[in-house]
Design a protein around this ligand. Sequence first.
Ligand code: GTP
Ligand code: MG
Length: 583
Amino acid sequence: MAARGVRLLTLLPLRVQRRQVQRPLRRLLSCPGTVTADLRREEQSSGSAETGSEDRTPKKRFSEVQNERREQAQRTVLIHCPNKINEKKFLKFLSQHGPINNHFFYESFGLHAVVEFCQKESVTSLQNITRTPSLGPEAAIPFKSRYFNLKLRNSLNQTSELSSIQCSNQSSPSSKKLYQLLCCAESVDDQLNTLLREFQLTDENTRLRYLTCSLIEDVAAAYFPGCAVRPFGSSVNSFGKLGCDLDMFLDLDEIGKFTAQKTSGNFLMEFQVKNVPSERVATQKILSVIGECLDQFGPGCAGVQRILNARCPLVRFSHQASGFQCDLTTNNRIALKSSELLYMYGALDSRVRALVFSVRCWARAHSLTSSIPGAWITNFSLTMMVIFFLQRRSPPILPTLDYLKTLADAEDKCIIEGHNCTFVRDLNRIKPSGNTETLELLLKEFFEYFGNFAFNKNSINIRQGREQNKPESSPLHIQNPFETSLNISKNVSQSQLQKFVDLARESAWIFHQEGKDRPSPSSNQPWGLAALLLPSVANNVSLSKKKKKPPSERIKNLLDSIKSSGSENSTATNGRRAISTQA
Ligand code: GTP
Ligand code: MG
């Protein structure tokens, strides 16, 4: 039935050429030895986010990447520009304040330029010649930020010199474009890698994310000098798709930390502070005031909502200048540690990110995930499921968290709010996997594995890398890796889980059918990953559900029969294997 659905799909034009990689404008004046040059070199050589698993250069620790990007952002400014400018003159004007290391333009409520100076002092110098606008009858609240507005003096005289600017792309390709690219790929593995390439955060997008955090930090620092605003979640864990939200964390630990030399003598100095009844109340008060401040005075911030009664209180706002939807939290150090763990898993094997991106896109295409909170599976849970599945392969592609803990040394030790969050942080100390399975096989088996997983009695646990009895009755139980008594998918309803299982089975079945009879590229039919991503596959299936025997049972039977024939014949044929039983 699903195969019939595939046949009914709209035929796609195949006049598509491979997408030309858009080369954004690169640096005008270089500053040798800066982190920018290093980060860019790394990105280009690996083709992956911050670390490349294929290249043999030592892989950077998460904290190193965070610190370098943060320092880079502190030397960077954001400028709202007229739609047409003379780029050369613009850069010449700015370079009066010091050499520029990198710049690019993008569109978000008008043309914007991101300009990274070589030195922080250049930013101060630029701020010193910048005026606060006079707005006629309205009044401006003066705020010396790093977000500027560029105006043309005597614009009439300059008209002939102005031109449109090439903008760096900040969004993912349209569905149509994606299907065209996928249909032109040479193999399913090539399709998964294409999807990763098209959706992963670009260097420019990552810079913009760190810059946005840095700009928000400037506002927060007015209340809490010495604070830091750090990105976490998919912006930094290497699983972020272009267009994903920007999760940020207001880090006040540096302020609370006592760093001075121990003093001797009879006296001890302490800061005068206000006391509140609990850590939670402190978090709510801090976020309340920062939310108010962003709303009233934050340049480029709009639609500020203070969601202070949530389990994890947050301030949500739209940073119109960058185009990001932002969630600001504080006292959320465990989430930052989870981001570090996912970053490590993403960097350990090049197949991990390709698989996670495909599963995330598949789930989004079939409305299994949503940007609105609800009873759906989240991207974070899906990522955990992929990691768990890769730990279950034979030989395993990813190590368990318990194993990463055994590799940790004294410096890696990390206890947060009583939870042991220790694991080795040096990626170079983890041996690569000897598993050589293709992405095609892994995706197919991911669907088969979770299409048949005993969700009613088992829990998913990446700490031990094996199923465990469910400690509670939620339909889906995925153990929080650090707060082990918590379930990260407690919100998922039985019907959403069933939808996931049905779609996983359908997809495994489509893959199996295709293995036997793959449409040729000239047939203009979506195949492989393209066929799985089309939401109409699910729609056609559910339409025909009404007329025929329920597909889940039929497909489960089919899968059972595939399984038994797979175990009889699990050897590779022409580099492809029949679906085999789970290791
Ligand atoms: P997308 O934003 O969907 O691309 O993925 P994300 O990983 O950024 O997820 P999200 O924005 O929902 O959450 C940000 C981060 O918060 C995640 O990466 C996790 O580190 C953490 N997080 C999200 N949901 C949970 C949860 O249910 N439990 C725990 N402990 N942490 C969570
Ligand atoms: Mg997020």
